[in-house]
Design a protein around this ligand. Structure first.
Ligand code: HEC
Ligand code: HEC
Ligand code: HEC
Ligand code: HEC
Ligand code: HEC
Ligand code: HEC
Ligand code: HEC
Ligand code: HEC
Length: 397
């Protein structure tokens, strides 16, 4: 054998050995290899969970085999348990608490996030209670299950951003992970991002170090508890500063110091790519647009409330089927229904639930199109309809 061949052999063995030692010495892998020496062999057996399901669910098997869990020898029973009957009894569900056995940090942090409130927020909503059972499941919980609560007290639909059975971090970092839920007429955040300079640049080469994706700004350092550093753009209706003029609507109220702390955290996110002045001025423009949109909500609210006080709404709330939460009381915004109501209140619903949200959400996400044409323009057009309809109702009365 030639000398150089021996040398290559020794080097190859060295690299292989070092790699093997590195693999084994990672505490997670080592523990699992010791606990499951026969894992790779066992999963071939057609009486094991993996072996049997490999033929029944080949797509699922592929997702799992290409996952970090497979590489770390985490199998079906680690999440679903060993008892097939018990698995059927819970309809295949796996609680966040089960993930928490191995991912305590993420589960604890998630429980403190805005996402953890999502299921409760829908359950207590009049528009939820007014739906059929199937519509509640598909049309509300399809998104709000991100805040799923389980019998063991844990919370979190972990597979909404980490689809089973791949459970990948890389997929969760892409804007598509948020797309199913953060779009549509009442919160077109995805659409706004896609039509912003950030979104357009990001989709060209998918490099979040050059242009931010959703999680760059909302989950800095992968923190599952801080999906938001939200200032005036708090969830759904946004927030108002405590000392600011407050429309008669349930908006989150923030103290000046809370607001400033959130803003500071958000500006830290912009710092790697922008000067402080540039980022601050842009967020302040969005704050001003939020207030402009709030003022339109307040004006239309006052107009319709006056009509209610004059008993000029047609029909009046007492002459309609009751709202499941407020009964026959007058309700705009909050628990307002979009059906079994009057024309002028429907105009308010669109102005508030769709276009108010669009205007300011798009401003914080730098979409000129959604801020103006899909946002404030439509608010002002609904405002005109409300003014005209108010005159008509007063004449009719
Ligand atoms: C001998 C074959 C076999 C073995 C072994 C097996 N399963 Fe199943 N499993 C099935 C079949 C069949 C179904 C029903 C599949 C369907 O409807 O597509 C099922 C269904 C399931 C479901 C879905 C339940 C639901 O309500 O949606 C889960 C989760 C599951 N198995 C996990 C496991 C786990 C964990 C193990 C190991 C402890 C295991 N299985 C072992 C055959 C098997
Ligand atoms: C890391 C945890 C984890 C592992 C490992 C895992 N599952 Fe699941 N599985 C889940 C979660 C989470 C769900 C979604 C439950 C829900 O939301 O209803 C699920 C759902 C399912 C379902 C029902 C949903 C559907 O799409 O049909 C089946 C069947 C299933 N798993 C089988 C398996 C099999 C077979 C394996 C092993 C190859 C496996 N799981 C490994 C977490 C896991
Ligand atoms: C038995 C322990 C165990 C359970 C239970 C478990 N995991 Fe894991 N998980 C691991 C290990 C080990 C790794 C790979 C090592 C690491 O990155 O920490 C991992 C990695 C991950 C990753 C990173 C994947 C990547 O692409 O880097 C995600 C995301 C994840 N798990 C989510 C979940 C979710 C969601 C659940 C519950 C449905 C769950 N895990 C249940 C042990 C577990
Ligand atoms: C399965 C649906 C779903 C997915 C996927 C989802 N979200 Fe959400 N998100 C929601 C719901 C519902 C709420 C409203 C929660 C509430 O009731 O306050 C929300 C709220 C938020 C908030 C405001 C939270 C607060 O504290 O005010 C931010 C920011 C957010 N999501 C960012 C993201 C990002 C970034 C992604 C993708 C990595 C994402 N979401 C993926 C459904 C989802
Ligand atoms: C709103 C979307 C979203 C939800 C919901 C979510 N995650 Fe994540 N998760 C992410 C993102 C994004 C990353 C990648 C973070 C990074 O590396 O910057 C991640 C990474 C992880 C990792 C890998 C962490 C590491 O250090 O490599 C684990 C483990 C994990 N998540 C577990 C969970 C568990 C458990 C749940 C449910 C309680 C959950 N995730 C729910 C978005 C989400
Ligand atoms: C350049 C940073 C940045 C990116 C990228 C970004 N956001 Fe935001 N997001 C913000 C800011 C700023 C606010 C308003 C918070 C405030 O007042 O400081 C906000 C607010 C939100 C809110 C709160 C709801 C509300 O009232 O507006 C949600 C939900 C949200 N973003 C989701 C997303 C999703 C989903 C993506 C990706 C499609 C995304 N964001 C991309 C910076 C960003
Ligand atoms: C396409 C996904 C999706 C569907 C479907 C959906 N929601 Fe939401 N919902 C969200 C998101 C995302 C937010 C947070 C929006 C934001 O801040 O930008 C939200 C916010 C809310 C809020 C405000 C939460 C808060 O803390 O202020 C309520 C209440 C609500 N939804 C109820 C419902 C009801 C009831 C249904 C069914 C009739 C429903 N949603 C259907 C995604 C959805
Ligand atoms: C990962 C890098 C990165 C981060 C983080 C980032 N941006 Fe940008 N942003 C860019 C790039 C690149 C451009 C395009 C620059 C140009 O054309 O001069 C841009 C453009 C902008 C623009 C101009 C949009 C237009 O219509 O011309 C605004 C406003 C902006 N960013 C605000 C922010 C704010 C506010 C934050 C933090 C909440 C932020 N950015 C975070 C990379 C980033």
């Amino acid at each position: 054998m030639k000398k150089w061949m021996k040398l290559v052999g020794i080097v190859a063995l060295g690299i292989g050995g070092a790699w093997g030692a590195f693999y084994l010495l990672q505490p997670e892998t080592a523990t699992r290899l010791v606990a499951r020496p026969g894992f790779l062999w066992r999963i071939q057996n057609d009486q094991s969970c993996e072996g049997c399901h490999r033929t029944i669910d080949p797509g699922m098997d592929k997702q799992w085999r290409e996952s970090a869990h497979f590489r770390a020898h985490v199998g079906c029973a680690d999440c679903h348990g060993e008892n097939h009957e018990a698995v059927f009894a819970v309809r295949g569900q796996v609680s966040a608490g089960v993930c928490g056995k191995c991912h305590e940090k993420e589960v604890e942090a998630f429980a403190k996030s805005g996402h953890a409130d999502a299921e409760l927020a829908a359950l207590s909503d009049a528009r939820f209670l007014a739906q059929s059972r199937a519509m509640q499941e598909e049309g509300c919980m399809g998104c709000h299950s991100i805040g799923a609560r389980f019998a063991d007290g844990s919370v979190g639909g972990c597979n909404t951003c980490h689809p089973s059975h791949q459970f990948s971090s890389a997929l969760a970092r892409e804007p598509e992970a948020c797309k199913v839920c953060h779009g549509g007429p009442d919160h077109p955040v995805m659409e706004s991002y896609q039509t912003s300079v950030h979104g357009v640049l990001y989709y060209m080469d998918r490099d979040a170090e050059k242009s931010p994706s959703c999680v760059t700004c909302h989950m800095p350092d992968g923190d599952h508890g801080h999906v938001a550093n939200i200032g005036l753009g708090a969830v759904f209706t946004g927030a108002v500063l405590e000392e600011d003029f407050l429309p008669h609507l349930a908006m989150k109220r923030l103290t000046k110091s809370e607001f400033e702390a959130n803003r500071k955290a958000m500006l830290k996110v912009c710092a790697p790519c922008h000067s402080n002045r540039f980022a601050r001025e842009s967020l302040e423009r969005a704050d001003a647009i939020k207030r402009e949109a709030d003022a339109l909500v307040a004006e239309s609210y006052a107009l319709i409330k006056a009509l209610y006080d004059e008993k000029a709404l047609d029909p009046m709330p007492e002459d309609r089927p009751p709202n499941p939460v407020v009964g026959h009381a007058f309700e705009l915004g909050g628990q307002q229904l979009y059906e079994n109501t009057s024309e002028i209140e429907q105009a308010f619903f669109r102005l508030f639930k769709f276009y108010h949200a669009t205007t300011f959400k798009a401003a914080y996400h730098h979409s000129p199109d959604y801020t103006h044409w899909e946002g404030i323009v439509r608010m002002k057009m609904e405002m005109d309809k409300i003014r005209t309809e108010a005159k008509r109702l007063r004449v009719l009365r």
